[in-house]
Ligand binder design. Structure first.
Ligand code: BES
Ligand code: MN
Ligand code: ZN
Length: 501
């Protein structure tokens, strides 16, 4: 998608379509809409008076201008009630506008962030608008033979800005929106790709691609390296598959070296069959998405390095398949993790926490300011919070507050679950230090309590994205399938750190 920010008036701008916004029930037109209305001799008023369009969120009226203004069409876009406006509404509305433009076979459209006074600076509006347009147009077609052509014509977004003062801000924000959305696309593509084409080896290759020509160092441990490091919990999971495991270490230094880094850890199970504790066949195909956390980490590195954020960041991705091959680990086995603590395997399907345990211990090597892991960890989290919501658990109130604040800004829904020590009773083992499941009750929590045993003393937050990583039904800005949820959240969290909060 080409995104341009140009100086000028949308009412004078020649384009296939000018998208202007209206709030539901508003008597007055605001901002760009009012000027387009004036310049066109009242075309927008006419639509409102007809009663065809009220301005409900995501509602769209297509008006042909017949030369009244240089734009061939006006796409009148509803933003819902003004009192309920937030950036997420803008994102979703512009996703719908972009989808309509695509359906109309338009090559692009022009718009303005001057939507009236909504208490948001032009930059934030521009960023959300660009995100909405790009994120809403995502589709995954590499394996579709026929549909490659014809689709994806909507290739240009022009933001026209007439206010001298706002121009620079809008231009920069649009660029940010484009970078971050590109990172979300990158993550979505990795997740959408079937596991036969997204093995740990290929994921490591994609990691290289994500950071090519950037200020990121990538180190990939192969099975020998993982053994040497002592990550036996990861190796245990990997034993059931012929595909060799990988452990990716990414490092980005954007701040002075002495500044402690943030470490982000992503679960990289490229396919989760459950192993010997085999999953039921139904929907097992969706387990190609079990590397969503790892994909998020790569997306975040892509964005952070392109934005050149002044932060220090480490990324860790333990990657393997979880299969029931002849060498597979088995219920009853005991694994000795990198931390030295031993784990009795009750279910080989509780594999994510095993690789994360080793990665979280490994994270301690970087003496981090904070550790955030992100993982499609438990079905129990989906049962607790539904398919839309990220489960958050962690040891540090401040860090949790910052993650929560970032989620509110990006519109990614997140809810905290308690990390009470009482739950540790449920993962006590008779033969080892811990067992890898605590039963069905409170499954998202016992999984997090398990992880907490491997974190050390660092501020830590765990994000369970088992629900929203893969969407059964689409939303305007998240077409069905891979969502890339977590990329914008973590980028925003890191951006906020650079502002000292
Ligand atoms: N990858 C799954 C969790 C999952 C389930 C992600 C549904 C996305 C959608 C994870 O490895 C798993 O299998 N967890 C088990 C744990 C149980 C055996 C304690 C689960 O949630 O059933
Ligand atoms: Mn599993
Ligand atoms: Zn899994």
């Amino acid at each position: 998608m080409r995104v341009k920010v140009l100086k000028g008036k949308i009412s004078n701008f020649k384009c296939d379509a000018a998208v202007v916004c209206h709030f539901e029930g508003g008597k007055k037109l605001s901002g760009a809409a009012s000027r387009v209305d004036q310049a066109s001799g009242g075309l927008i008023r006419e639509v409102l008076e007809s009663g065809d369009f009220e301005g409900k969120k995501g509602q769209i009226a297509v008006v042909y201008t017949r030369g009244a203004i240089p734009a061939r069409r006006i796409l009148l876009l509803g933003l819902g009630k003004k009192g309920e406006f937030d950036l997420e509404k803008l994102r979703r509305a512009f996703s719908k506008a972009a989808q309509r433009a695509r359906d109309l076979n338009l090559k692009g459209f022009a718009t303005s962030v001057d939507i009236g006074d909504v208490g948001q600076p032009p930059g934030r509006l521009a960023e959300a608008l660009v995100e909405g347009v790009i994120l809403g147009l995502y589709h995954f077609l590499p394996f579709k033979t026929a549909e490659k052509e014809g689709r994806g014509k909507m290739g240009e977004l022009v933001i026209v800005e007439e206010r001298e003062k706002a121009f620079g801000e809008v231009k920069e924000a649009a660029k940010r929106g484009q970078i971050v959305s590109g990172a979300v696309y990158f993550a979505r593509d990795l997740v959408s790709t079937p596991s036969n084409e997204m093995t740990p080896t290929i994921l490591a290759r994609k990691a290289k691609e994500a950071v090519r020509n950037k200020k990121v160092r990538l180190n990939v441990l192969d099975v020998k390296g993982i053994k040497k490091a002592g990550m036996n919990a990861l190796l245990g999971v990997a034993r059931g598959s012929h595909e060799p495991a990988k452990f990716m270490i990414l490092r980005y230094v954007g701040a002075p070296k002495k500044e402690k880094p943030v470490v982000i850890v992503g679960k990289g199970i490229t396919f989760d069959s459950g192993g010997i504790s085999l999953k039921p066949a139904e929907k097992m195909d969706e387990m190609k998405a079990d590397m969503s956390g790892g994909a998020v980490v790569l997306g975040v590195f892509k964005a952070v390095s392109e934005l050149q954020l002044p932060v220090n960041l480490v990324g860790l991705i333990p990657a393997t398949e979880n299969l029931p091959g002849g060498g597979a680990y088995k219920p009853g086995d005991v694994l000795r993790s990198l931390s030295g603590k031993t784990i009795e395997i009750i279910s080989t399907d509780a594999e994510g926490r095993l690789l994360l345990a080793d990665a979280l211990t490994y994270a301690g090597r970087f003496n981090p300011a904070a550790i955030v892991d992100i993982a499609t960890l438990t079905g129990a989290c989906v049962i607790a919070l539904g398919e839309d919501v990220i489960g958050m658990l962690g040891t540090d109130e401040k860090l949790k507050g910052r993650i929560r604040a970032a989620a509110e800004e990006t519109g990614e829904k997140l809810w905290e679950l308690p990390l009470w020590e009482d739950y540790a009773e449920l993962i006590k083992s008779d033969v080892a230090d811990f067992k890898n499941t605590g039963g069905r009750a409170g499954g998202a929590i016992t999984a997090a309590v398990f992880l907490s045993k491997f974190v050390g003393k660092y501020p830590w937050v765990h994000l369970d994205i088992a629900g929203p990583a893969w969407r059964k039904a689409g939303k305007p800005h998240i077409p069905k399938g891979a969502s890339g949820i977590g990329v914008r959240l973590l980028v925003q969290f890191l951006v906020n750190r650079t502002k000292g909060n």
